[in-house]
Design a protein around this ligand. Structure first.
Ligand SMILES: [Zn+2]
Length: 479
């Protein structure tokens, strides 16, 4: 995924006017390399249906070997020949006591049909100041940027103050061979780290070409599906009874609609809303400050909750997404079912939310089942609680502030809770704090990840490539 949580409220162009991207200061040879790697990656089809992440892994492995990496430090592995992953290690100072940092980048892309696109999605096309192709936003741009940073550091004989691990992985967007999950379960030693960087999230949002903020995903909500079922003996529809399966489910959904989950903040959403208050103005800014107080103002919370992004930031959400019921127009329904999709705040378990749903529905004739990600009916949900996020790590944010100051002086850094989910869900669950950001800029409203005519500004790309290099050096003690 790559989702810019742009709010359309950012009337911040006023103070952003002085923010001009600094020259990317990349020499022509590096710029050419950046172009060639991006082109190579876009033109390797890595969709689940007919593509191969193995081809991506092999191409990047060759480039890293050419830059001087030892074969033992650039390994390809995975559960299935078409869905291999690459794990590369840039060795840190000998004897360092610092644990490695892991960078995860998924190499698969969402399906793209030639007939839906203006250009061929698997031909790297430069047009009107943009690079077009499937994966230009999500996330072959960052695959390239990170691989190029590794290549440049190796060529310079740069020695970081700890190991840097790059994992280029399969099946984030779909498929059955999620590389991060597989590596954690089968080769934890290869990717074990103090913390994780995942450029699949965050990034810079611009408005009229001016950077407004650089988002940093610092925690994620947890995905869960539940199925509510009413069953009934049924009968002839000419003789209705009050006990009707469709009415039972409809009543339950109606109660759900009127029962928002409680307001709750964590370290990340506090920082996010405080920063958003500086980007917003007027009533919205006041309201944001009012809900951050020890006793949040209910009126302010009510107004902000009307905005889907703020609403999803301050509470667990559960919403009806599918329904099926009945078997004939002239029969009382024997069964009615609805799917409830929940996005759960960190600190709560899937089973806890199932119990909440049962309480909200308040109808003992209904069954409420938790469904696995594969749609399997599991009954009870997991009791495992994703820990609430810890304070933001200075080991991540100090070099980030420095690098942002170098490239985009004065640009706001916005910590965010992702309301969707990325591969960070696996690394977070494995106990590795995970942060999502990158230096690519996307204009507000031009998020095309997963969509047609996906594109990235040419200069945005080169700035993002430079950012990845400068940041990884700043984060590991380099200049
Ligand atoms: Zn993605």
């Amino acid at each position: 995924m790559r989702s810019g949580k742009a709010l359309g409220l950012l009337a911040a162009t006023l103070f952003a006017a002085h923010l001009q991207a600094q020259p990317t200061a990349m020499d022509p040879a590096t710029r050419q390399l950046a172009h060639d790697v991006f082109k190579q990656l876009i033109e390797i089809n890595s969709t689940d249906s007919i593509g191969s992440t193995t081809a991506v892994a092999e191409a990047m492995r060759q480039r890293l070997l050419d830059a001087g990496f030892a074969p033992a430090d650039v390994v390809i592995l995975g559960p299935n020949p078409r869905k291999q992953n690459l794990v590369a290690r840039l060795r840190g100072r000998p004897g360092t006591t610092l644990k490695p940092v892991l960078i995860i980048c998924h190499t698969d892309v969402v399906e793209a049909k030639r007939e839906d696109w203006t250009t061929d999605p698997f031909i790297f096309t430069e047009k009107d100041g943009y690079f077009y192709g499937r994966g230009t936003q999500d996330m072959k741009d960052s695959n390239a940027a990170t691989a190029i940073a590794f290549i440049r550091m190796k060529r310079e004989n740069y020695v970081p103050d700890r190991d840097l691990i790059l994992a280029l992985t399969a099946d984030e967007e779909g498929g059955k061979s999620n590389g991060v999950d597989w590596l954690l379960k089968n080769h934890r030693d290869l990717i074990d780290a103090e913390f994780v960087l995942n450029p699949d999230a965050g990034g810079i949002i611009t408005k009229n070409g001016k950077p407004i903020f650089l988002g940093v995903e610092a925690t994620e909500k947890i995905y869960a599906d539940y199925r509510v079922t009413a069953t009934n003996p049924g009968g002839h529809s000419s003789l209705p009874t009050p006990n009707n399966a469709i009415y039972h489910v409809a009543d339950a959904l109606s109660r759900l609609e009127k029962s928002p989950f409680p307001f709750e903040l964590n370290e990340v959403t506090r920082a996010e809303l405080a920063t958003r208050a500086t980007l917003a103005h007027g009533q919205q800014s006041d309201d944001l400050l009012a809900i951050l107080k020890t006793h949040p103002d209910p009126a302010a919370l009510h107004r902000l909750s009307a905005n889907p992004v703020y609403n999803a930031t301050v509470r667990t959400t559960c919403v009806a997404t599918m329904m099926s019921a009945g078997h004939a127009p002239n029969a009382l329904p024997g069964r009615a079912q609805a799917n409830i999709n929940c996005r759960i705040l960190p600190g709560h378990s899937q089973e806890e939310i199932r119990q909440d749903l049962i309480r909200i529905f308040a109808d003992p004739t209904l069954t409420v089942d938790f469904l696995s990600s594969g749609g399997e009916v599991l009954g009870k949900g997991s009791d495992r609680v994703a820990p609430a996020p810890p304070p933001l790590m200075e080991a991540v944010f100090k070099p980030l502030r420095e690098t942002v100051q170098t490239m985009w002086p004065g640009l706001t850094i916005l910590p965010e809770m992702e309301t969707g989910a990325s591969d960070s869900v696996h690394t977070t669950a494995a106990g590795m704090p995970s942060y999502g950001f990158n230096g690519m800029s996307i204009e507000e409203g031009d998020e095309r990840a997963h969509g047609r005519d996906e594109r990235l500004g040419v200069e945005s790309y080169y700035a993002g490539v430079q950012f990845a290099y400068l940041y990884l050096k700043a984060m590991t003690g380099g200049q």
